[in-house]
Design a protein around this ligand. Structure first.
Ligand SMILES: Cc1cc2nc3c(=O)[nH]c(=O)nc-3n(C[C@H](O)[C@H](O)[C@H](O)COP(=O)(O)O)c2cc1C
Length: 272
């Protein structure tokens, strides 16, 4: 769809051309204004950078106008507050029974839309499952998957401590979905290698955003393992044809507050 330049506003500062990740905006338009290079339409990834970077609201691209962009404020978090957010987030494994409003979950998912994705493909879709009955049903299917792995692949079962996990489940405790009121699952085209990082990043955004709102999340690793391999789970999740799960989070209101940040391995870095 090309680019549209408002000649009244453009001051030819080249920022749109300099920031274009593909380098398909030139300053070779009539009178030296920005113009699409050859092949623009095929190569443009619609990332909106050219529109977002222009200080003069002079450029629109592929139907993205400056007015359609959200206002951008300087990030309100100081470095210490950001460090507290990143270091203070914990995996939450005890939840209050109280469910979250759908609008709260939607708010978290909305923020995750802004996570990066290779070539701006934005492949992530979401399945949100709410209600303890449904989650206990899913956890039971995860336990069946664990029993199958214990039988068929004892080595894998041992590496994932599945014997222990099944014993706990059979004792009546849900350590699979941890009593959470919701699970959010990121899915995308099956076997799309480009979807792996964006799904994981989007889930990471949600984990941090949830913590920032006083909510809690925890990766549902066992559920995700079963989601693509175990037919009863594939059936229970009912993802659209050709789609696969790339990760899932439990979500809810934390029962307890953490009082301090536990230590982590020392930084290992090679400086060159
Ligand atoms: C891919 C992945 C899968 C995980 N799966 C589970 C899980 O199934 N159950 C669980 O209680 N925690 C799970 N976790 C949480 C980790 O155990 C947790 O991140 C780690 O112990 C560090 O604790 P922290 O997140 O509070 O810093 C998972 C984490 C990741 C990244």
């Amino acid at each position: 769809m090309g680019i549209v330049v408002d000649r009244e506003k453009c001051n030819k500062d080249k920022l749109c051309a300099l920031d274009c990740p593909i380098g398909i905006i030139t300053m070779d338009g009539p009178d030296g204004f920005p113009a699409p290079a050859e092949g623009f339409d095929q190569l443009c990834i619609n990332c909106g950078h050219c529109v977002a970077v222009c200080p003069h609201e002079a450029l629109s691209q592929g139907g993205i106008t400056p007015r359609q962009c959200l206002p951008l404020e300087a990030p309100g978090l100081g470095p210490e507050q950001l460090a507290q957010l990143l270091k203070g987030r914990r995996s939450i494994r005890r939840y209050k029974e109280q469910p979250l409003e759908q609008s709260t979950i939607a708010r978290l998912l909305d923020m995750a839309r802004y996570a990066p994705s290779g070539h701006n493909v934005q492949p992530v879709k979401w399945l949100v499952i709410s209600g303890r009955d449904k989650l206990m049903h899913l956890a039971g299917i995860v336990a069946d998957w664990m029993r199958q792995v214990i039988k068929e692949d004892p080595e894998l079962a041992e590496s994932m401590h599945l014997d222990h996990a099944v014993a706990i489940w059979e004792s009546g405790e849900d350590r699979i979905l941890r009593g959470a009121p919701h699970v959010v699952l990121a899915y995308a085209e099956a076997e799309d290698l480009r979807a792996v990082a964006p799904c994981i990043l989007a889930l990471g955004y949600i984990e941090l955003a949830a913590y920032n709102l006083g909510l809690g999340a925890c990766w549902a690793g066992y559920l995700n393992r079963a989601a693509n391999n175990f037919p009863p789970m594939i059936k229970a999740l009912g993802l659209p044809e050709g789609m696969a799960s790339y990760g899932a989070l439990m979500l809810g209101v934390p029962k307890y507050k953490f009082q301090r940040i536990p230590p982590r391995k020392p930084l290992e870095v090679t400086w060159r």
